[in-house]
Design a protein around this ligand. Structure first.
Ligand SMILES: C[S@@+](CC[C@H](N)C(=O)[O-])C[C@H]1O[C@@H](n2cnc3c(N)ncnc32)[C@H](O)[C@@H]1O
Length: 463
């Protein structure tokens, strides 16, 4: 059957168009501004669809953008052949069918890189900075060694999740590790996760101060969240606490959103012991609103008692024996001896306070969680500031990167994550990497598969 083809595009004044009162698709101010910018850049490419009365079937956002741009008329296609039910259904279908399409991420990244090379404003593609950042992470050979360093199978992720298997309050026993789906400001939840033990190290990345929506409705008040979590840290007296935070910009300035929290930490007896830079590798291409491309985040190190970091960095001159000369030349011209004369250069040394670990490429996991560590980062911190079999506490587990790092370094993780979706991501990641190590629900000890079956939820990749 030949589908009906539109006869003509007409030009109607804006006030002839009537928005559909029951339109379920929403357009916030930012999105309308994006559509308006796109109309300015590309011209009007997509007519508004109306019924013969002027009722809008598709194109509510375009009408708002036209009004924002002060246009007198807009192009419309009149669909006078639809029944009321068809019209009502097409208001939804027009939006939903477009959403169902996918992306070939390699091709997309290639196109974005090419456009960026031509100096095109990538914001006009509709992708947000963060999305561009993930999509355009270094391609192929361009990033050289740094890119190779970012290649880690543990950073890969199985397919996207639907309804989570996990429910709030589930405590998963994962090999030697424990992961509770709960709120790390709640003492009862912490006690369940810790099972009477205390951690020697905390390494975590809280939601940054921009109140991201992590499917849980967002973080209402950052200081309150941080106080809630850090007042109740289940740690030993000698524990080291390292907290990763990134820059955020608002109203054209970077925001010292950690300021009040840092003061509060000191009042609680946590010294501002160290401040480190996580060098994430080559800055990502893109338009960063006039700033240099972001390539670092911070790690705040607190403690009550200092602990010597482990020497985990191999020394270039390991084994080389210092000769007896070459010390400081004194006023009389004679050269003193090295303090370590006759001793071989040590095998390993303590790390620098610039932690050079490349952010991994977007290979799936970022599509499931917006702020994932490369596994190498928590591994590095655990190796530097804890010993094998130590208990590590992670109050913001996200996709479970720290659990993988704990396994790989022989530490025991006690982790909390409030969003069941991310707990599932963590469990699916674990099952993929360590298929022989059981994942069991605390209580009756059912496996992840058994719980999924019992709850009637399919595990992506398993169905
Ligand atoms: C920046 S992400 C951590 C990402 C993690 N480092 C990773 O590699 O996947 C912060 C996480 O904290 C979780 N979260 C926020 N508030 C929480 C709370 N009160 N208790 C437990 N988790 C919370 C969020 O759901 C989010 O997954």
């Amino acid at each position: 059957m030949t589908p009906r083809l539109p006869d003509a595009v007409e030009h109607w004044p804006l006030d002839r168009l009537i928005p559909y009162a029951r339109n379920a698709r929403t357009h916030d101010d930012d999105q309308v501004a994006q559509i308006a910018a796109s109309i300015v850049e590309f011209g009007w490419t997509n007519p508004i669809l109306v019924d013969s009365e002027g009722g809008i079937v598709a194109g509510h956002g375009r009408l708002l953008a036209a009004s924002k741009l002060g246009l007198d008329t807009v192009p419309v296609v009149v669909l006078d052949h639809l029944t009321p039910a068809q019209r009502r259904a097409y208001v939804i279908a027009d939006n939903k069918l477009a959403l169902n399409a996918g992306w070939d991420e390699e091709l997309l990244a290639g196109e974005l890189h090419a456009l960026n090379g031509e100096g095109f404003d990538l914001g006009l593609t509709g992708f947000a900075d963060g999305e561009l950042d993930a999509l355009m992470a270094p391609l192929g050979d361009e990033a050289g060694d740094a890119d190779a360093a970012g290649e880690d199978a543990a950073d890969e992720m199985p397919s996207a999740s639907r309804e989570p298997v996990t429910r709030a309050g589930d405590l998963w026993l994962i090999g030697k590790h424990r992961l509770l789906c709960g709120d790390s400001t709640e003492s009862g939840a912490i006690a369940r996760a810790m099972n009477g033990e205390r951690a020697a190290l905390v390494f975590t990345s809280p939601p940054y101060g921009n109140q991201r929506d992590y499917t849980t409705g967002g973080v209402g008040d950052w200081d309150t969240l941080m106080r809630g979590v850090f007042a109740a840290l289940p740690v030993t007296d000698a524990a080291q606490v390292l907290v990763n935070l990134g820059l955020i910009h608002r109203e054209n300035e970077w925001q010292p959103y950690w300021h009040v929290w840092l003061g509060w930490m000191r009042e609680q007896g946590w010294r501002r012991f160290g401040l480190y830079v996580w060098d994430q590798g080559p800055g990502l291409p893109g338009d960063w609103n006039g700033r240099l491309a972001p390539a670092f985040e911070l790690v705040f190190h607190f403690n009550r008692k200092a602990r010597k970091p482990n020497k985990i960095v191999p020394c270039k001159w390991a084994g080389h024996v210092n000769d007896t000369h070459g010390g400081i030349r004194h006023k009389d011209g004679h050269v003193g001896e090295w303090t370590h004369a006759g001793q071989g250069v040590q095998e390993t040394r303590i790390p620098d306070n610039v932690v050079r670990i490349t952010r991994h490429k977007a290979r799936g996991i970022e599509t499931e969680h917006p702020a994932v560590f490369p596994v190498a980062l928590p591994e590095f911190v655990m190796r530097a500031y804890s010993n094998e079999r130590d208990i590590i506490y992670e109050p913001f587990a996200g996709s479970g990167t720290s659990i993988i790092a704990a396994e790989r370094t022989g530490r025991r993780m006690r982790a909390m994550e409030i969003a069941p979706e991310y707990v599932d991501v963590a469990l699916r990641r674990w099952r993929k990497l360590f298929p022989d190590q059981p994942v069991k629900l605390d209580g009756e000890g059912q496996s992840f598969e058994a719980v999924a079956h019992q709850r009637g939820v399919a595990i992506p990749g398993d169905d």
